[in-house]
Design a binder for this molecule. Structure first.
Ligand code: ADP
Ligand code: MG
Length: 253
């Protein structure tokens, strides 16, 4: 049996009279990529930010690696990696300097070039964050989540707005991170991405979890219920055409 690394029980978040998260419960296994899927406004970011200790919950229980959110939020902070909003990067510093700054904040000593190599940004070491393409910015921000050598990282829509190549490059990065033993929680609106990356997904709709299982099992359940795709699928789709014509390699200069 897999170890539980995050346990959420009856989590509720009210914003005034509006209930954004309506008593959800789920567990994340150590070493898995766990997806939170759901339409805009479903409560995904709220849920993540509560677990990340960045937002107060209304009620419920959250345990991260045996640490209770109510009692040991600072201990939780030490073992998790969180993406900053992009506005959080000092505009005048280059990538090396930014990593050094983060190392100082976390009191860690990670070789900056190794970290940049891992996210395929070595030749951008002297560039400023604002000079990066969308995909490069996302990879850099994933790199910064690794600086404190966390047990768990949280990625909130890391591939939104990226081109197909940059999206795939980020997928490989996330897989590598899992292979190093880090647990990943990710939100996305791309179902192909969730199917490719996630061991299990929770589908959230209007503050409730409406399904939780592996992508494969959820698809099988739907088929078993008698679902039939309305039109016959071809053996390729337009994204396959695009990738076939423009290649897998990144186009970001
Ligand atoms: P998601 O990430 O799934 O798109 P969010 O967690 O950001 O959803 O938001 C869930 C709901 O809570 C939305 O209806 C949103 O408008 C509302 N909400 C989020 N943050 C706040 C806030 N600070 N104050 C009031 N309402 C909020
Ligand atoms: Mg969100």
């Amino acid at each position: 049996m897999a170890n539980t690394i995050i346990s959420v029980k009856n989590l509720v978040k009210n914003y005034g009279h509006f209930q954004a998260v309506k008593g959800i419960s789920f567990e994340v296994n150590e070493g898995e990529i766990f997806g939170l899927l759901g339409p805009n406004g479903a409560g995904k970011s709220t849920t993540l930010e509560i677990i990340e200790t960045l937002r107060e919950k209304t009620s419920g229980e959250v345990i991260v690696d045996g640490l209770n959110l109510d009692k040991q939020p600072n201990e939780i902070k030490k073992i998790i990696g969180v993406q900053l909003q992009t506005s959080g990067y000092y505009p005048g510093l280059n990538l090396l300097q930014l990593i050094e700054l983060f190392c100082g904040l976390y009191n860690r000593n990670v070789p900056p070039m190794e970290l940049l190599e891992m996210v395929n940004l070595k030749d951008k070491a002297k560039s400023k964050f604002k000079e990066l393409s969308g995909g490069q910015k996302q990879r850099f921000s994933v790199a910064t989540t690794l600086i404190n050598q966390p047990r768990i990282i949280f990625l909130d829509e890391p591939t939104t707005g990226l081109d197909p190549q940059a999206r795939r490059s980020l997928w490989e990065l996330v897989k590598n991170i899992r292979e190093r033993g880090t647990t990943v929680i990710i939100t996305t609106h791309y179902m192909d991405e969730a199917e490719y990356l996630c061991n299990r997904v929770a589908i959230i709709d209007a503050g409730n979890i409406v399904a939780l299982d592996s992508p494969d099992k959820l698809i099988d359940n739907l088929i078993a219920s008698g679902f039939d795709r309305p039109k016959e699928m071809k053996l390729a789709n337009l994204e396959d055409v695009f990738i076939n014509l423009t290649g897998h390699s990144l186009r970001e200069g």
